[in-house]
Ligand binder design. Structure first.
Ligand SMILES: [Zn+2]
Ligand SMILES: [Zn+2]
Length: 147
């Protein structure tokens, strides 16, 4: 397993428009901006964080719009909830199988690539959900701890 580096390719609004349309979601301006934020920042933000950030750029955007849009994205299965912290809903637009590492100091949630994870004892079981959640300290918090 290896912690994710920031992906270099950023989605343009046009990429997002195509993606939403492909998933039968009407690509309104607010929806475009919210999904663009999720897919490009990949910080696993809460609805509140999305609202606070986008409000600066789009003052007319309401908190309700953010919550309703996220609900729609969940229904259409283009975002998923991150499981690593049960008491806060964090959103993820990366849908491929990956794990999460939550830093206990700065609270950031990082993506974890999974390769060759071996499980046993599952003969005869059917799996509907899988999550890999790790907690600890991120490299920059570890560094500042040593000062
Ligand atoms: Zn940290
Ligand atoms: Zn993730």
């Amino acid at each position: 397993m290896e912690l994710n580096k920031k992906p270099s390719k950023r989605w343009s609004l046009e990429d997002v428009r195509e993606y939403l349309t492909k998933h039968n979601i009407r690509a309104s301006f607010y929806r475009l901006k919210i999904f663009e934020y999720l897919i490009n920042e990949r910080t696993h933000p809460t609805a509140e964080e999305i609202f606070e950030t986008l409000k600066k750029e789009i003052p007319a955007m309401s908190r309700g719009t953010v919550y309703n849009t996220l609900k729609l994205f969940l229904e259409k299965k283009i975002v998923q909830l991150v499981n690593v912290e049960k008491n806060e809903a964090r959103y993820d637009a990366t849908l491929s199988w990956h794990g999460h590492f939550k830093c206990l100091r700065c609270g950031k949630v990082f993506d974890v690539h999974i390769e060759n994870l071996k499980l046993s004892g599952l003969d005869g079981f059917e799996i509907y959900e899988k999550h890999l959640d790790l907690k600890g300290l991120c490299p920059s918090c570890l560094k500042s701890k040593k000062i």
